[in-house]
Structure formats: C-alpha cells, structure tokens
Design a protein around this ligand. Structure first.
Ligand code: ADP
Length: 543
C-alpha cells in the first residue's frame, strides 16, 4: 500500500523558488575578473538565472544536453548552475586547471554543446577549440565592454546573451532522476570518469549538508566556498547555502591567495568557509606573518585530503575557529563523513578532541559505510582493523557516464569501492589510512602514509610533507619522507627522525628524509603520489 502524500519531484528549481520567496534580499558578493567586488541579492541572481534559462532554450538544446562551464567561483557561474540544471540541461563543470589534452577529452566525452568560460580561460579554449567535436558555441562570462578580440567563431558575451530575455520563466516539472550536473574525477589513473548527478541526489545531499551535525547552516551564516564550483558542486554549497538563505561570498580567481581570503572573510563577516588543506596553509601563514586574527569565522570545513592535527590546533588556538573535517569523493556528491562530535564525546579533553577531529569522521545519515578485507568480508569497527572502504546511499554514483558498468568500481552486492583504506572506531568515526594505491607495504604489513605525514607536519619547521614507499630488497617497500621546509626554517634529517620517534610505531619511521622545494599537486590540491613515486623510483635508501 502506498502512502497518501503528494507527488512532488525533488528539483533544484524548488530551492530557487523557496529562496526567492524567503531570502530575496540576502547578499551574494563575488570577485570576478571584470569587477573586484560585485554585489547583488538572491532576487537579482534568480531573475538573471531565469533570463539565462530563456536564452538556453533558444540555443536549440534538447533535454539532457550538456553545457560546460570552465569558470571560477562567482555570481555568473552560480546563475549558470541553476539555469542549466533547472531548465533540464546538464551543467558540466570542467576544471580549467587540467591539462589541455584532458579538457579536450572531457568535453568530447561529455559531448558538450555549449561552453561557458571565464575571460581568463578564453585563451585556453582558443588553443583547443578545433578539437572540440560537439561544441556549437562559446559564451564568455563577461559583458560586451570587456569582450576581448578572439579568433573563435560563434562567441558571445554572457551579458549580451541574457540582456533581452524575459526574467519570467516556468521551470519545467522534470523527473527528479533527470541528470542535472556532470563532473569528471581527476583520473590519477586512466582517463577521467564522469559522475552524473540527478536532481534528487543533489537535493537529498543538500538537506544532509545543512544538518546541525554536518555544516549546521542557517540564514545567519555567511559562507565562503574556497572549494571551486568546478570541483564536485563546490561540495554542495550552491544548493545547501541557498536552501538556508546564507549570505554567499565567492572569491573568483583569487582562491589561492591568503591575503585576499583574509580580507574577504573580515570585510564580509564570513562565518563558515570550506576548502582543501593546501588553501588553509596559505591563509594561516598569511595571518601568522601579518599578526592578524580571523575575527568572524566560526568554523571551517576541510576535506579532499587528510587534515593535519597541526592545522586543527592552529585554527583553534590562534583564531578560535572550529575545524570540521569532511571526507568524500566526486562519486559521492561528495559528502560521506564529517568529524563533528556527538553525544558520548563530552568528556574528551582538548587534546583528545583534536585527535577526534583529525579523523575523517562519522557517516552522514544517507551514507552507509563498511570496511572489508581482501576476501570481501566485513571487518569490525574497533579502530584497529583496516580494510577497503565501501559506501552506498542515495547520492553515491551507481555507474560512470557512458561506461555502462565497465567502471569496475561497484561490488556485486551494490556497494561503491572508494579506493580508500580505513579504520572505523567503536563510536563510528572513520579514519583514512591511505588510498589503496598509495599504501606502503613493508614486510607484509601496511604503513599509513597519512599518519606519518601528519606527524611530520606537526613540526614547526615543516611546511608540507609527503610519504611514499620506495622499493627495498628485504622489506619490499620502505617509507621515504619528502619535506618542504617552512619559510627560512632549518631542519636536518636527524632532527626530523628524532621528532617522529615515540610518536609513531618504530617500524613506520621513514628510512630517509629528503628536502625539496616543491611537491607536485593535482589540479584539486592533492599530493601527486604517482609523480613522487616516479621521481624517487631509483632512490637509494641508506642501510
Ligand atoms: P578525485 O577526482 O581526485 O578522486 P575527489 O575529490 O573525488 O577527487 O577525491 C576523493 C578522495 O580524496 C578520497 O577517496 C580520499 O582518498 C581523498 N580524501 C577526501 N577527503 C579526505 C580526508 N578528509 N582525509 C583523507 N583523504 C581524503
């Protein structure tokens, strides 16, 4: 017997309608290439999103057609999110920092029909335009006054596209399982793979994100997503923050700049910000060097890579800011776990609380998780057993775009293989020990590179640390610690090894330490272990 409840599809246009009715005068502040500080309201944003939806309909697109964006976090990109998805097309966010060959592959694989680009990205598109098979036209996200000379055909400015359109638009009543967004994983192995989100998954994910024990968003908040709109829907912020009426601050192309972030946070009274650990290194360093304190920021969601304890401590001690570690994946929309405390953790002292927050966290209602051994048997949640982490839930991908079951990432009983290795403690807090492919196997036992890196990062003279396994005749692999020293700091191999002693298992202590000026990162800010392994493949470890 079915229940007697209205049939109402979960669509992102419903967020827009709700926010328009309740929060029309909330502010959205953006840094853009053509305007250092653009300000307008939700009401303005939605009016323009309706104009854009009208314009898109006239481009001759069909339902489900992909429209790409290569753009930073700003108001036009946000309008595109709502207009493209809301009108029944698929907003394909492409990371402009990828290699041109990867961008060509991704746009062709997705068969994007139109491409919306930031002014800064236009030269890249000019370089690859003749290789883009399905693209019919380009929209540059600026006005006519700022349009540069270009060799491209069928190009127009965003403002000229929407200026004459009506700001009335009837959002279509779509099936909630219609695709509305597409994002490719960075593909550290093989070609990038497309994750195709639907309206339902994004709405459920947004409801989960705003919960008090997740991001705890409300209309009193001011949110600054440093995580890009081109990376997994900026962790759901465009939907979750707008659903609750938060003020939005979008940093445009200035995302990696500690000083700009600091000024935006203070000037706009930001209460919550989100980003990967590398971004916060820059901000914390800027604050330290200039003797400044973050006065309005209350909490920061950090994920995408392990969060070093030192970072959680520095935010707490220097700025009174609470760190919420999050773990997730492109394939998971992305939220899976958050390291917020729960009933039962009241008696933890300050240090124990830091240890808890340094874990990836407990699962959000909607995401089920398990760890399994090599035979696929579930392992206990005892905080010690580690195995391959698998998840399932209504915002976890069921397949990759156009791979038709060939993605090889799902088990026969319907779980998604995350590629991460983890422990789960009796309280349900999960801790990532490694990517499956980054695990260091020494004498048949696993060494957690993340734990060693985090401990090394705890030393004041360390700015960044990476641990990789290098071949060893007796143990098959042994860890090598690669370090960037903090500005002007002195640190020797012996001092570093001494620092690790007693803090990690004796046999986890790296066999050697090398100091470098640079550690390679992926376009989304993760350490490129593959490249480091290549670089140090022939490294001679001392006896
Ligand atoms: P990619 O496209 O590189 O897969 P994702 O953002 O989807 O980009 O990366 C997901 C991966 O990032 C996870 O599987 C995990 O290995 C890593 N990751 C994310 N959050 C954390 C975290 N809090 N701690 C450790 N690793 C994390």
């Amino acid at each position: 017997m079915h229940g007697l409840i209205m049939e109402s599809e979960l669509l992102i246009s419903s967020i827009l309608r709700h926010a328009d009715a309740n929060f029309a005068d909330r502010e959205i502040v953006s840094v853009t290439v053509d305007n250092p500080l653009h300000r307008y309201t939700y009401g303005d944003c939605f009016r323009r999103a309706r104009q854009l939806a009208n314009a898109l309909d006239k481009l001759g697109l069909s339902r489900g057609d992909r429209v790409a964006t290569l753009a930073w976090n700003d108001y036009r990109h946000l309008e595109a999110y709502y207009a493209i998805g809301g009108a029944g097309y698929v907003c394909h966010t492409v990371n402009p920092r990828l290699f041109p060959e990867q961008i060509v592959y991704i746009i062709n694989h997705a068969e994007d029909k139109w491409v919306f680009v930031d002014l800064l990205v236009l030269p890249l598109i000019e370089q690859i335009a003749d290789q883009l098979n399905a693209v019919e036209g380009i929209v540059v996200m600026t006005d006519d006054a700022h349009m540069p000379e270009t060799s491209l055909e069928n190009v127009r400015s965003y403002e000229s596209l929407i200026v004459d359109e009506s700001d009335e638009y009837e959002w279509p009543e779509l099936d909630e399982r219609s695709a509305m967004a597409l994002c490719y994983t960075s593909g550290t192995t093989g070609n990038p793979k497309g994750v195709l989100y639907h309206h339902r998954s994004q709405i459920l994910h947004a409801y989960a994100a705003v919960m008090p024990d997740v991001m705890g968003l409300s209309s009193f908040d001011c949110v600054l997503p440093v995580v890009p709109l081109f990376h997994v829907n900026a962790w759901g912020v465009p939907y979750a923050a707008v659903m609750t009426g938060c003020k939005l601050v979008l940093p445009g192309p200035k995302m990696g700049d500690g000083e700009t972030l600091y000024q935006l946070m203070e000037g706009e009274e930001v209460t919550i910000s989100l980003g990967v650990p590398t971004v916060w290194l820059g901000l914390l360093q800027y604050a330290k060097d200039s003797g400044k304190k973050l006065n309005t920021l209350q909490r920061t969601v950090i994920g995408g890579a392990a969060v070093p304890e030192m970072m959680i401590r520095q935010f707490r001690d220097d700025h009174d800011v609470d760190v919420i570690q999050g773990w997730g994946m492109t394939e998971m929309s992305p939220l899976g776990t958050v390291s917020t405390p729960k009933a039962g953790t009241e008696d933890l002292d300050a240090d124990e609380m830091i240890t808890l927050k340094a874990k990836a966290g407990r699962s959000i209602c909607g995401v089920e998780m398990r760890i399994v051994n090599d035979d696929g048997e579930a392992l206990p949640w005892d905080g010690a057993a580690y195995g391959a982490l698998q998840v399932r839930g209504p915002w976890v991908c069921s397949d990759y775009f156009k791979l038709d079951g060939e993605g090889g990432a799902h088990t026969d009983d319907g779980w998604f293989e995350t590629g991460d290795v983890a422990t789960i403690d009796p309280m349900g807090y999960m801790a990532i020990t490694d990517r499956t492919k980054d695990v260091i196997k020494s004498g048949g036992e696993w060494i957690s590179s993340i734990d060693v890196e985090n401990t090394a990062m705890g030393h004041d003279a360390v700015s960044e640390a990476a641990v990789i396994g290098v071949p060893h005749p007796k143990w098959s692999e042994r860890p090598l610690l690669i370090i960037i020293r903090a500005n002007g700091a002195e640190l020797t191999r012996e001092e570093m090894l001494g620092w690790l002693e007693g803090k990690i298992a004796k046999w986890w202590i790296p066999d050697d330490v090398v100091f470098v000026d640079e550690i390679p990162h992926t376009a989304t800010g993760k350490i490129k272990k593959i490249e480091l392994r290549k670089q140090f493949a022939d490294y001679d470890l001392p006896d």
